[in-house]
Design a protein around this ligand. Structure first.
Ligand code: ATP
Length: 898
């Protein structure tokens, strides 16, 4: 196989291109594709190098304080304090390993998510149309490209049907470029003029096409431009940025506190300057919440994985935090609130309304007139015409699967094909007899599609779309003895029939036709003076699970606004059923929006529950208006033209099943089941993640504050320095490492969807949060200090015994504090102890090690601990438990929720 012909791909014919690539129009075989994948590599642009475990481990030591600690411990080792110094090394290494595992896991979780969100492409392999991950495309593959696709590789076109592509990403040209298949003369012409080629990274804004892949990965035009390499750097979320800032502020405070306290200790308790210095560094290390970024990333990434299980795919990590603050959800109707299972219930033709029975896409069913089945062969010719023309202007096909009848293609069109088969029309035969020669594809903007057919009577155009749009292009109406003028009387009778259908939540699709000259081009402008063949009215029932989800949103302080391309009356009927709207004054239409000034729209969006007959550009205006007024808005969309609104919204939500690549790429989140309920589930997860981060932050900061306050109290009361560096580092390892992670895994606190959304401007630590950190810190310090003070002054214990008791009490106080912080606003006694197994295990491991450090000789030396009687243990546990009690009382008396 020749990899590149002498000439450029655009300058040779498509068949020469196929030959040059050893390809066939029916596609490569699976074996050949596998071989080529091996040879040419994946169809990917260079991505950021993945960090290895070792490099992550090394980065754990790239911290000034850790380096200072290691250097000082080494000096101390040389000076003979082996056991302590080695213990410091051990703890530092253990902490680094834990940090590495955390970071590695977070990285892997993010990588897995990235893979899941990666696009797929439609190709022909062995003559079969299949979907493959875009990364597996190879030169010679036959790719099928349709409206809304992101072009997955460089492709030489073999077929083009009204194909238009936006190439701004590559050429800067903002207008869509029309593509064709003929060879173009001249070798070095600009990319923008190579109109028989599709380029990776551009997007299809109209039509469809088929072509052979000529370049993949770095061999594409897109791949050649280094500056356009995908930005695969993991973006830091605002929360991560804030916490980084918080971390560095705490860092400075920590160093100051540590230096001051160690100076005190040096003057009061004596010892060497090196000892005081090591102590200071250990304390600084302990106060600084160095685990914060990794724990936040893990919290976010694990939350994102939980969301995947609930069918929401997060594309941009910052979305996770924003999700929890969403207070308005603007949602599509069809397929998101409803099942997108269209079933035609009525057909209108020849001034008569026929009923249709049967269910789903099964062609078994009947056309019924006045309660009687219409017999095969006796059907009204106008009825046959509207259904036949409807089928000609549709692409959907029925197929019998193991689960019953289903459709391939658009549900609205599937419903038409199903009904035609119920009327015993041979849908395949009529398509063959009247081949399609041209088409204008359906778009949400236009709300119609049109096709041209070569029929025995000449060239015919069929138009199918939203009732009032099609009606606006008709001047005649079909009748048994030929087309009749559409008089005002006929029109108003038809309009009232349609209004009745729409009020019953039926979607009305009209079909019109006309004959044209053989040479006449099919253009939008040519769609005038059409003949209305009739219309069909279909039901699309709401999804059962949506109604409760909307009620949940209400309780959670989230407004739901339905934004749909459907008719006002149809939309209102469904909104009423779902309890989104109760009054017609809450319904606005696209034409209303069009007429509104910005300030009128600002008022309308606050009142609206339904926007009907909306075009994608209205969505952008609506979301802008909502956001301008301080709302945090989620907005769903599926079409190419929805992309700007999805990009603009705080949370852009694309549909996984029906959505175009372009909408998916613009979105922050993709619903893999297209279901509204999934948005609500994602919001709940978003709130839980944010709350869990808050929980461990309060746990961590209150615990560290408690440790420092306790040491200060000891100094103030003239007692000996209570903690050794090893003890400090050990507490840090257990609490900031193991327990903090366990808290971030806490399941959702009940009632999270019964509260109002949080205010974004408020930040993660509110004034109330700060108050809780400080008071819990004081509680920890007071109980620990009280035990220490009593053991020195009342029970007159040996200094080492008193210091070990201080250590034990501090450990227990902080462990009890973790129980307290498992829930922020509800009682800790309500959460099941075994509801967080990692917390139970980490606590048991922590206590077991502490026990060992009071029993085993070498550990005793390392930690500076002595054996403690059972009474001592009971005192430590009892005193520590007071922190839990204190925290609970605090929750009870504070009115403000955190
Ligand atoms: P939503 O915006 O809630 O998803 P929708 O399906 O009504 O609802 P669009 O897909 O934008 O929104 O469709 C707009 C209108 O175009 C529909 O209400 C219908 O009248 C018409 N329509 C939909 N699908 C087709 C089709 N395949 N052919 C012709 N007209 C269609």
């Amino acid at each position: 196989m020749e990899e590149k012909p002498q000439k450029e791909w655009h300058s040779i014919s498509s068949s020469d291109t196929l030959n040059a690539l050893g390809a066939k129009e029916t596609g490569l075989t699976a074996d050949e594709a596998a071989k080529r994948l091996e040879k040419f590599g994946k169809n990917e642009l260079a991505t950021e190098e993945k960090s290895s475990l070792l490099s992550i481990l090394a980065s754990q030591f790239a911290n000034v304080l850790i380096i200072v600690l290691i250097v000082s411990a080494t000096i101390s080792l040389i000076l003979g304090k082996q056991v302590e110094s080695i213990s410091i090394f051990v703890i530092v290494v253990l902490a680094a390993i834990l940090g590495t595992l955390q970071e590695y896991q977070a990285g892997k979780a993010l990588e897995a998510l990235r893979k899941m969100a990666s696009p797929s492409a439609t190709v022909l392999r062995n003559g079969q149309t299949i979907e493959v991950p875009s990364s597996e495309l190879v030169p010679g593959d036959i790719a099928i490209i349709t409206y809304g696709n992101k072009v997955p590789a460089d492709i030489r076109l073999i077929e083009s049907n009204n194909l238009q592509v936006e190439e701004a990403a590559l050429t800067g040209e903002s207008l869509p470029v029309e593509k064709f298949t003929q060879a173009i003369e001249g070798d070095s012409i600009p990319l923008g003029d190579r109109k028989n080629l599709l380029f990776m990274g551009t997007s299809v804004s109209n039509g469809r096409g088929k072509g052979v892949v000529v370049g993949t990965g770095a061999n594409t035009e897109f791949g050649k431009i280094a500056t356009m390499l995908q930005n695969t750097k993991t973006e830091q979320t605002p929360l991560q940025k804030n916490l980084d800032k918080l971390g560095s502020n705490i860092g400075i405070i920590a160093i100051v506190i540590a230096l001051v306290l160690s100076a005190f200790s040096y003057f009061i308790n004596g010892g060497t300057i090196l000892d005081a210095f090591i102590w200071a560094v250990a304390l600084a290390v302990a106060i600084i919440p160095e685990a914060l970024p990794a724990v936040v990333t893990i919290g976010l990434a694990l939350g994102v994985q939980r969301m995947v299980k609930r069918r929401a795919l997060i594309r941009k990590l910052p979305a996770v935090e924003t999700l929890g603050a969403v207070n308005v959800v603007c949602t599509d109707k069809t397929g998101t609130l409803t099942k997108d299972e269209m079933t035609i219930r009525k057909v209108y033709a020849d001034a008569t309304t026929f009923d249709v029975d049967g269910s789903g896409y099964s062609p078994e069913g009947n056309i019924i007139l006045n309660g009687h089945k219409v017999k095969h062969g006796a059907a009204n010719p106008c009825l046959i015409k509207v259904l036949t023309y409807g089928v000609l202007c549709s692409d959907a096909e029925l197929k019998l699967t193991d689960e019953g009848w289903d459709i391939l293609g658009d549900p609205t069109e599937g419903a038409i094909v199903t009904t035609a088969q119920k009327a015993k029309i041979d849908t395949e035969a009529i398509k063959k007899e009247n081949p399609r020669v041209d088409e204008i594809p359906f778009t949400s903007d236009k709300k119609y599609m049109a096709t041209a057919h070569s029929t025995s009577g000449g060239r015919m155009v069929v138009l199918k779309g939203a009732f009032e749009v099609v009606m606006g292009k008709c001047s005649m109406v079909e009748a048994p003895n030929g087309a009749q003028p559409l008089t005002t009387e006929v029109e108003s009778s038809i309009n009232s029939t349609v209004a009745g259908f729409a009020a019953n939540a039926l979607r009305v699709i009209a079909v019109a036709y006309k004959m044209i000259d053989e040479q006449e081009q099919l253009t939008d402008d040519a769609l005038t003076n059409m003949i209305l063949a009739g219309f069909v009215a279909m039901i699309d029932p709401p999804r059962e699970e949506v109604k409760p989800a909307i009620a949940t949103c209400k309780k959670a302080g989230i407004r739901t606004i339905m934004i749909t391309g459907d008719h006002k009356a149809t939309a209102f009927a469904i909104a009423k059923e779902l309890k989104i709207a109760h009054d017609e004054s809450q319904v606005f239409s696209g034409s209303d929006v069009e007429k509104m000034s910005q300030s009128e729209l600002d008022i309308a969006v606050n009142k609206a529950s339904v926007f009907a007959r909306i075009a994608p550009e209205h969505k952008l205006r609506i979301v802008e208006s909502l956001m301008k007024q301080g709302n945090i808005a989620a907005m769903t969309g599926d079409g190419v033209n929805d992309a700007p609104a999805l990009k603009k919204a705080n949370i852009g939500v694309a549909m996984g099943i029906t959505g175009t690549d372009v909408s998916k790429e613009a979105a922050d989140m993709i619903l893999t089941d297209d279901n509204f309920v999934t948005i609500v589930a994602a919001v709940e997860e978003g709130r839980t993640i944010f709350e869990n981060i808050k929980k461990f932050l309060i746990f961590l900061l209150s615990g560290n504050a408690g440790t420092v306050f306790a040491i200060i109290l000891a100094f103030v009361f003239g007692l000996a320095l209570p903690l050794t560096p090893v003890q400090i580092l050990f507490i840090n390892f257990i609490m900031d490492g193991l327990i903090a992670i366990a808290i971030s895994l806490e399941p959702s606190e009940g009632g999270i969807m019964h509260r109002k959304p949080r205010t974004v401007s408020e930040g993660i630590i509110t004034r109330m949060g700060l108050l809780r950190i400080m008071s819990l810190g004081m509680a920890i310090a007071l109980v620990t200090f009280a035990v220490y003070y009593a053991s020195v002054t009342i029970f007159e214990l040996q200094p080492l015994q008193a210091q070990t008791l201080f250590f034990l009490t501090l450990i227990f106080a902080r462990l009890f504090n973790s129980l307290n912080n498992r829930s922020l606003n509800t009682s800790a006694f309500k959460s099941r102890l075994l509801g967080n197994i990692p917390l139970v295990i980490s606590s048991i491991v922590g206590i077991a090690i502490v026990w060992a450090t009071t029993k085993i000789g070498v550990l005793q030396t390392a930690f500076g601990n002595v054996d403690i009687s059972i009474n001592g243990w009971l005192v430590a546990i009892g005193a520590g438990s007071l922190v839990l009690l204190f925290g609970e009382v605090f929750k009870l008396i504070s009115k403000d929720k955190i």
